[in-house]
Design a protein around this ligand. Structure first.
Ligand code: SAM
Ligand code: SF4
Length: 322
């Protein structure tokens, strides 16, 4: 379906939990998050029902996220069920990778199309400082289990001044011999990122560092209406791609194709506003699928034109899944 500004909305990010086994300084407070009772979180059946309604409204891609989605029980079962929905062409996962080795085989067997692995550093010490957990080895083991698997693999890195600057070339150079995408995402001033004192590094600066080291970055043009906001490039003779998500300097709101569903069942139609719909409430009030679809259609239609990142949302990144 299209919204009031004529944008085709075909991509839903579904958060399955807001708990996490890491405490990344720019995302989550050290003490973790307020515990939400199991009953307040959408059940897998409810998620599936909403996803089926989404698919009728034109959603073609679903990304499961969190918190850390692999903490949610029976995630491979959900992946398999989502893959069986008619109209859903892609089901992908964003994960920190800590539990990946335990589930990668099941997820691949369930038909998962892609994994975005968040990895800001290849240095164990920086990893522990940034995530406040000593779990770097688990992430590397998890990564090994999906390198070379038949799914799309993207590594996401948030460059932070004075923290992982030195890691940018190391991460990007993985794309020389591996058919993966390494993406650099600008730090967004949401939630803990405000108070952490951390500062992001602008995309233009990273771009120029990479060009100085690898030579010209050649744009890769992809004609895929399900593609997100990343712009991809490839240095000469590299097999993988390097992507940039330039959320601050160059807004991509004009091309935004996405909606987000929080683990508590709130449909959020823009990252930086609280606009949307309490889907859990209408699901549990006993509304029929047609009524729910109408309300969701109306909420999507009213999706805000653009984000501002100026304290306009009360949601945290671990609630909306990135
Ligand atoms: N726990 C999973 C993970 O880390 O991949 C999924 C949820 S996490 C919120 C999704 C993505 O959001 C991660 O890649 C993380 O780096 C990114 N993220 C969190 N806070 C951010 C911020 N303030 N600015 C930019 N990206 C952020
Ligand atoms: Fe957890 Fe992901 Fe947030 Fe890090 S970025 S604290 S892994 S939800």
């Amino acid at each position: 379906m299209t919204d009031q500004f004529g944008r085709e909305i075909n991509y839903a990010r579904i958060s399955v939990t807001d708990r996490c086994n890491l405490r990344c300084r720019y995302c989550m407070p050290e003490c973790g998050v307020k515990k939400i009772s199991h009953a307040e979180i959408l059940s897998l059946e409810e998620i599936l029902r909403v996803a089926e309604i989404f698919s009728r409204l034109g959603i073609r891609k679903i990304r499961l996220t969190g918190g850390e989605p692999l903490l949610r029980k029976n995630l491979p079962t959900l992946v398999r069920a989502l893959k069986n929905l008619s109209g859903i062409e892609q089901v992908t996962l964003t994960t920190n990778g800590v539990l990946l080795k335990n589930f990668s085989a099941e997820l691949i067997a369930a038909g998962l199309d892609g994994i975005n692995l968040s990895l800001d550093t290849l240095d164990e010490k920086i990893f522990s400082e940034l995530t406040r957990r000593k779990l770097f080895g688990n992430v590397l083991e998890g990564l090994q289990t999906v390198l070379g698997a038949r799914l799309s693999l993207k590594i996401n890195c948030v460059p932070l001044r004075g923290v992982n600057d030195g890691e940018i070339l190391r991460l990007a150079s993985w794309t020389e011999k591996n058919f993966i995408k390494v993406r650099f995402i600008e730090l967004m001033p949401i939630g803990c990122a405000w108070s952490s004192g951390l500062r992001g590094i602008p995309t233009a600066e990273i771009f120029s560092t990479l060009e100085k080291n690898f030579g010209a970055l050649v744009p890769v043009r992809e004609k895929n209406s399900l593609q997100g906001p990343a712009k991809y490039f490839r240095p000469k003779n590299f097999v993988g791609q390097i992507g940039f998500i330039d959320a601050l300097e160059h807004k991509f709101c004009g091309e935004c194709n996405r909606i987000r569903l929080t683990a508590e069942g709130f449909l959020k139609t823009c990252l930086s506003f609280d606009a949307g719909l309490d889907v859990k409430k209408i699901l549990r009030a006993g509304d029929g699928d047609e009524e729910i679809a109408e309300k969701i259609r109306d909420a999507i239609y009213r999706k805000p034109r653009e984000h501002f990142f100026s304290g306009t949302t009360n949601f945290q990144m671990y609630q909306v899944g990135g």
